[in-house]
Design a protein around this ligand. Structure first.
Ligand code: ZN
Length: 301
């Protein structure tokens, strides 16, 4: 395996790239779709992912000047962090993002601070994105990339600004963090209920909305993808049940006299969900997800 991460052909002109974030394989992936007359990169990895992404793109024969869009699912550092650095290399690209996050990306101090809290030293500084390079996207907005059409679908829950992207020709959805993190080896899905942006009810509604879509594939930044109608449905059901299991843990423990009991039960339930993080920050990730779930359950019901 190359030191900068593997690359997988999903279908025809759609490729999944391991960004080899934090020196780990299987942590953060991005999707690329090349089409006659333009290419699109979905998400941008961490701020220091640029070189690995560029090397993979070069191997695909995609010229930097052919990239017309970087479409971001949400503002978190592991998805939006690399965008401004990639933009330096892709002179014709614009950054697609939900309107809620445009100002945060033009001054990313808060996003970076949030990233530092979770990733510690693994989070490297972000750079502002010029407003003129951003394209704010509405729900169901169509984006033309060469001969390909991609639809932005507003999918709140993991964050309030979350967008998933539907590639029409292949019926593949790049779902960001809103369905959870996927473990292809074990075939399981873990909730991504990160503090402070998670909302339990919206997350559930969004998964049901995705379940109603006409899908042949589901692609996860964390990590990998699933193809085939039945497999997609199976993963979505698993995601819903993992999500609701945490809801039951909340209900069973919220009235207990010791408030740390609920936090600890959730942390234990979420321990496998931390496998996409570097070892030294897994404990912190479990805590932030448990806290995120508690806040997001209370406010979102
Ligand atoms: Zn996220």
């Amino acid at each position: 395996m190359e030191s900068y991460g593997q690359m997988f052909e999903i279908q025809g002109n759609i490729f999944y790239l391991d960004t080899y974030a934090h020196g780990m394989s299987g942590a953060i992936g991005v999707l690329i779709c090349r089409s006659g007359g333009g290419s699109v990169v979905f998400d941008s990895g961490m701020p220091n992912s640029k070189n690995n992404i560029l090397k993979s793109i070069e191997r695909l024969g995609v010229k930097p000047e052919s990239v017309t869009h970087i479409l971001l699912t949400h503002r978190h550092i592991d998805h939006a962090g690399g965008a401004s650095f990639l933009l330096d290399e892709f002179p014709k690209a614009s950054i697609g993002i939900h309107p809620f996050s445009a100002s945060a990306l033009s001054n990313p101090t808060k996003i970076y601070d949030g990233g530092r809290e979770l990733f510690g030293e693994y989070a490297t500084p972000m750079k502002p994105i010029q407003t003129s390079k951003m394209r704010t996207l509405g729900d169901r907005e169509e984006i033309n990339v060469g001969q390909e059409a991609v639809q932005a679908i507003y999918t709140p829950g993991h964050t309030s600004d979350h967008i998933a992207y539907y590639i029409h020709s292949s019926k593949i959805l790049y779902c960001g963090d809103v369905v959870g993190s996927f473990n292809a080896l074990r075939g399981c899905v873990h909730p991504t209920c990160m503090y402070p942006s998670f909302n339990y009810e919206k997350y559930k509604i969004t998964i049901r909305q995705i379940r109603a879509m006409d899908l042949e594939g589901l692609v996860f930044p964390h990590f990998g993808y699933v193809l085939g109608r039945r497999n997609v449905r199976d993963v979505l059901e698993k995601s819903l049940s993992a999500h609701m299991r945490l809801g039951r843990i909340y209900e069973e423990n919220i009235s207990k006299p010791d408030p740390s009991k609920l936090l600890n039960e959730l942390k234990t339930a979420l321990i496998e969900a931390t496998e996409i993080f570097p070892g030294p920050v897994r404990e912190k990730a479990a805590e932030l997800m448990a806290r995120g779930f508690i806040e997001g359950f209370a406010c979102g019901r």
